[in-house]
Design a protein around this ligand. Structure first.
Ligand code: 8YV
Length: 328
């Protein structure tokens, strides 16, 4: 009898996904979801050929050097800045992610955060719960218009395009975007979006949505200089990665009225949130939940599992990030 390959599930996951994995593998799972330091992660990974990871599990050269049995890390996320992909490719370890299955759900949430921020929903709800609401007033929690305004999207991949379609077709917004590569004309038309350079994007948008991948090149792409170019009535929404924004500069901009409000689902040091942000009322803060519907999280977990099965059982992963590994 041949031995089943062995996989480590590094964070708690749906029991039905563990059952699926167990049909093909010896499975060890961190179902109690305890925090693992790098040292513990390395210990836990020993002897496993596959790992199911999430954005909080860092796979870098140190981990790879200490885990020679590892062949694949399947991230349950579309973003993979927790992977050192070059180091993984060099070590012959396949990386996979979960694109597509979360696009529309995440775009919904981006829009929800935009609406909540521009229309001051969190602030108004806290006010009501605190028992301070004693009468209607003409300017009470008066916010910024969403429909008919200009949405700027920085990063125009699948999620950015989903947000653009909602904005242009559902809310009659003018949509402008900036991306390294410009979309083809047919996709631009379907999204109702127009390409502009970054400076025009910042200067002309009423709402700025960040949906770009995080890397060394996009670290603090939005800092004091960029915020200063935005309208004082503008809102900033970040559903990408916290490190894209200089949070200290953002907190200062929100305090000083350089921009009006922000909605943040991601943070540079998450789950820690910068105290300067916590102190502000004109910021809506959510705990990295843009893809969090049961259906979508299940689809993400299944796709991560299918990548492990596809590669370790059949040699054919579904959504590889570094397919060069397959050729070697
Ligand atoms: C994940 C995300 O929930 O897919 C991504 O890139 O940010 C979220 O959908 C998170 O990364 C946990 O893995």
């Amino acid at each position: 009898m041949t031995m089943k390959p062995s996989v480590l599930v590094a964070r708690a996951v749906f029991p039905e996904v563990l059952d699926k994995l167990a049909q093909h593998f010896e499975v060890t799972s961190n179902q109690t979801d305890v925090f693992w330091t790098q040292e513990v992660l390395i210990q836990q990974l020993q002897g496993h050929q596959g790992a199911l990871t999430t954005g909080s599990v860092r796979i870098d050269a140190v981990v790879l050097a200490a885990c020679p049995d590892l062949k694949i890390c399947a991230n349950m996320a579309v973003g993979y800045n927790n992977f050192d992909v070059d180091a993984m490719t060099q070590a012959g370890v396949l990386a996979t992610n979960t694109p597509d299955v979360l696009t529309e759900t995440t775009a919904d949430f981006g829009f929800a955060l935009l609406l909540a921020t521009a229309r001051r929903m969190a602030e108004a709800e806290h006010f009501l719960r605190s028992g301070r609401w004693d009468r209607w007033r003409y300017d009470m929690f008066a916010g910024c218009e969403v429909h008919g305004s200009t949405l700027g999207i920085l990063g125009m991949g699948r999620i950015g395009q989903g947000i653009a379609r909602r904005a242009a077709h559902g809310f009659g917004m003018k949509v402008i975007y900036h991306n390294r590569s410009r979309l083809d004309a047919a996709t631009e038309a379907a999204c109702g979006a127009v390409w502009v350079d970054q400076s025009e994007l910042l200067r002309t948008c009423d709402h700025l949505m960040l949906v770009l991948p995080y890397s060394a090149a996009t670290h603090h792409v939005i800092g004091a200089n960029e915020l200063a170019q935005m309208k004082p009535t503008a809102t900033l929404i970040n559903i990408a990665r916290g490190g894209i924004v200089d949070e200290v500069a953002l907190a200062a901009a929100l305090r000083q009225g350089t921009i009006a409000a922000a909605g943040l689902d991601v943070f540079e040091g998450e789950p820690k949130v910068h105290p300067d942000l916590l102190a502000l009322r004109n910021v809506v803060l959510t705990p990295h939940i843009a893809s969090a519907t049961i259906r979508t999280r299940l689809a993400m977990a299944h796709l991560a599992a299918d990548n492990l099965i596809g590669y370790l059982v059949d040699g054919k992963p579904v959504t590889p990030i570094n397919p060069q590994v397959l050729a070697t």
